[in-house]
Design a protein around this ligand. Structure first.
Ligand code: GDP
Length: 298
């Protein structure tokens, strides 16, 4: 994860070691190198611009009498700006005052929604909740089955249309699941929705209809980090079509560059809340901006 960016930044910082004081020319040269490092990591241009502006401004104003040497000062600034771009504080799930809390998952097909439903189920159970996973993805023939399998692995309950009842109406299934959760004392409902390979109006409308039927406390936009900058365009389409309150980055294990992770928060204004790092249900954690920044800086 982030290997190239880490290596590039490390070289930038190494070049600053031993310098007594940074001139404006040093700062400009450093900013240029950081800019290239971010662009190579596939970070979206507006994010790169605002990052570089902030680093430059702060490096120029840095108090030279501080205990830190110039290299340390630049590392500190870059670290703080990275934390900022990744969202600053860790953002936790907002629980509804009245059960059940409804979490809706939205994203393209293959983004990792169904796997995430299992991961969230397992995680929520660990936190003392009684989650119910809802199969409102009736588009993909195997989706209901797949959700039942991950629910079984996570040891949590699943709500799905009865087999043999035709294709079923995902909006109705989602709506009914809330009443079912109330009756059966499940305090968090995780609604898995259908995705298409590309963004299309029908998909957006269905997701919006499910949203209106279940009034989610959290709508999580699930995105494959390996798609890089496309994550940003996809996020914008989902923001316009459905709206969301948080982002889940999946497949971070395969993402050597980090562009999606570093762009999506800044571009959408919504926090990254969870990260998936593999196919197993345990390959999952709450997203901590500070830890991620430290990881990038090595
Ligand atoms: P959905 O279409 O959005 O429901 O996506 P799925 O949950 O079916 O996931 C698509 C594929 O990605 C499956 O083969 C998953 O095992 C895999 N997958 C999901 N999350 C991750 C992850 O974090 N890392 C890796 N490497 N694979 C993942």
């Amino acid at each position: 994860m982030f290997e190239t960016l880490s290596d590039r930044l490390d070289k930038v910082f190494t070049g600053l070691r031993g310098k007594g004081r940074l001139t404006d020319a040093d700062i400009d040269a450093t900013a240029r190198e950081i800019r290239i490092a971010l662009l190579e990591a596939d970070v979206a241009l507006p994010v790169v611009r605002s990052f570089i502006d902030a680093v430059k401004e702060r490096a120029r104003g840095a108090d030279v009498s501080q205990a830190l040497n110039p290299a340390q000062q630049v590392i500190k600034i870059v670290n703080e700006e990275l934390v900022g771009i990744l969202g600053g504080e860790t953002r936790r799930i907002r629980l509804a005052k009245q059960s059940p809390t409804v979490i809706m998952l939205a994203g393209l097909q293959g983004a990792g929604k169904t796997t995430l439903a299992g991961k969230l189920g397992r995680w929520l159970k660990e936190q003392g909740h009684t989650p119910l996973l809802v199969a409102a993805d009736l588009q993909r023939p195997n989706a209901v089955n797949q959700l039942s399998i991950v629910a079984g692995q996570a040891g949590v309950d699943v709500y799905a249309p009865e087999p043999g009842n035709g294709v079923g109406d995902p909006v109705q299934v989602a709506r009914d699941s809330i009443d079912h959760a109330r009756r059966t004392m499940h305090d968090v409902v995780v609604v898995d929705t259908a995705g298409r390979l590309g963004i299309d109006a029908e998909l957006m409308q269905q997701a919006a209809d499910i949203r209106d039927a279940v009034h989610p406390d959290e709508t999580l936009f699930v995105v494959d980090a390996m798609i890089g900058q496309d994550a940003v365009t996809t996020a914008q389409a989902f923001q316009d079509g459905v709206g969301f309150s948080g982002v889940v980055l999946t497949k971070l294990d395969g993402d050597a560059r980090g562009g999606a992770a570093l762009s999506v928060r800044h571009v959408t204004g919504q926090p990254i809340m969870f990260a998936s790092t593999g196919e197993k249900l345990t390959d999952f954690d709450v997203f901590h901006p500070e830890r991620m920044a430290s990881r990038i800086l090595g």
